[in-house]
Design a protein. Sequence first.
Length: 282
Amino acid sequence: MRPQAKGLLVTFLGVALMSVEAPLIRLAQTPAITIGFYFGLFIMLSTQSILLSRGVEAWKKSFTTQPKGALLAGLCMGLGNFFFIQAVSHGGIANTVLILASAPVVSALLALLILKERTPFHIYIAAVFVFLGLYIIVAEGFQGGTLKGNVYALLVVLCLSFLFIVLTFYKKTSRIAFVFFGGFFVSLLCGLGFSFAITWDGLFFVGLMGLIITPLSRILIGMGTRYLIPAQMGLLIIAESILAPFWGWWWLGEIPTSATLLGGSIILGAIGFNALATLKRP
């Protein structure tokens, strides 16, 4: 399999898993700070188990190979997860994931400014259609959204874009170690204000997310950064903007509007266009 095709595949799988997180946060029915604290602990437990299963030497290598990259990427992930939980709690699923659709343009601009990296023209074409689809969805208004939730969602976009930049720059950084630090930082941010009180149902949903879904999704997305540039990563992340509302409709009964379906189809078409254009590149 060609490197770019492999990058597209593992990244999309990671994004598909990541799209389940927002509905799980709503299903937990627990304060955002409490979710974040337990969520981070579960991530640390899961990633440490994976690393230690490979042996002590492999564990040491994971934390000593470009450790600065692991810390910076972990900080970006931790902040991003913290803001994501807050955004979903205050603004709802659709608001949060649709704002994340701006990730490709932000990623492309940051890559241009920081990495001096040229972005293929087809990504900008795809981004135009992404914003067209986004406009169609947003035109009806964010139902049930709040300004606070929208601000948190924009901060998620920045954290996610910087995460792609860091992982692109530090290609040898362990894709598991940075996820461990991401769990550490989100628990640290939530640790001062959380409550131990959580229902068994809430603990189950947070545990499912922190032990399995989030670590695996971030590891897959981290692997994708070895083959794709930040703008391409950002464009693939947009798939969450379609998948998460679908899970919300299926699990929570949140029925998408006709505008959401039309705009979502355009966004998915743009992702497909970018994938084909990427695979055709030598």
